[in-house]
Design a protein around this ligand. Structure first.
Ligand SMILES: [Zn+2]
Length: 281
């Protein structure tokens, strides 16, 4: 019993040290689970050329002279041991192993009056397919600003419960899990950029309604869905706190709210991990 308590204490101290180190170093909060973010200290001062995992380029950032990989983990990934490949000059290649633990996500039942939003017709499906390609293109964007900041603010003043990862059943039919955070607020509430970036794309899509995508650099792209109004356009730089639109319920939404999503290496991750302590609920 005593040994168990000591182990728990050790785990807690390590966890707190990691969490405070992450906050001091301006890194996201790490959570090595499906839908989480893995942070790997490369323990080398040499600048890597690039890092790759599952054929996708992975973000690298320098903090206090050291290099870190910041890696988005898909919700669908089975727990287990994986390897990031880091490439240095002179063709040297280094595998960096990491472990993904299991995480249980709740199941949520949702009723939608508009049956087409649950089982789209043939024309809807063609539209959805077209839009999915546009969205993948926006999320695939790679830019390389000199600095990357993870100091994100909540984009809307409102209530949120962290429903990221919930398995969703619409009108009794299982659909894709929830890959963002929902923040409830009255229609018309300002939506603000949570961090500096560049607007990559705006549009009006079947499922996500009026939507804005912001590139924050090195494969980190954020998304704002179900907007009532869009107030920015593509290729426009935005600063943290700048208004990009208003809360609405366009697309597949049961009430006015912002659906906020963040993608790393083209993988939707839990946005709460970018909110420091404020996101811990
Ligand atoms: Zn949502």
């Amino acid at each position: 019993m005593r040994r168990q308590a000591a182990a728990t204490l050790l785990w807690l101290l390590t966890y707190l040290a990691d969490a405070s180190a992450a906050a001091m170093l301006d890194l996201p909060r790490a959570e090595s689970v499906p839908g989480g973010i893995v942070i790997l200290n490369l323990h080398r001062e040499e600048k890597p050329l690039y890092a790759v995992w599952r054929k996708r380029r992975v973000m690298l950032v320098q903090r206090r002279g050291r290099w870190f990989a910041v890696l988005g983990i898909p919700l669908s990934l089975p727990p287990g041991r994986y390897e990031l490949i880091v490439r240095y000059g002179n063709r040297s290649m280094r595998p960096v192993p990491f472990i993904i633990r299991a995480k249980h996500y709740r199941t949520q039942h949702i009723s939608i009056a508009n049956q087409r939003m649950v089982t789209p017709n043939k024309r809807d499906l063609q539209r959805i397919y077209r839009e999915r390609n546009l969205i993948i293109t926006a999320l695939s964007r790679w830019s390389d600003p000199p600095e990357i900041s993870f100091d994100f603010r909540l984009p809307v003043k409102g209530r949120y419960r962290n429903s990221f990862g919930f398995r969703r059943i619409f009108n009794g039919r299982p659909r894709r899990p929830h890959r963002g955070m929902d923040i409830s607020a009255p229609r018309g509430t300002p939506v603000r950029a949570p961090a500096d970036g560049l607007v990559v794309m705006t549009g009006d899509f079947f499922f996500t309604g009026k939507t804005v995508f912001i590139d924050h650099g090195r494969g980190m792209v954020s998304m704002y869905a179900h907007l009532d109004r869009i107030m920015v356009r593509a290729r426009q730089p935005v600063n943290q706190g700048e208004q990009i639109g208003t809360v609405g319920m366009t697309g597949r939404a049961t009430g006015p709210h912002l659906h906020w999503a963040v993608s790393l290496n083209r993988t939707m991750v839990n946005p709460a991990l970018l909110l420091r302590n404020k996101g811990r609920r």
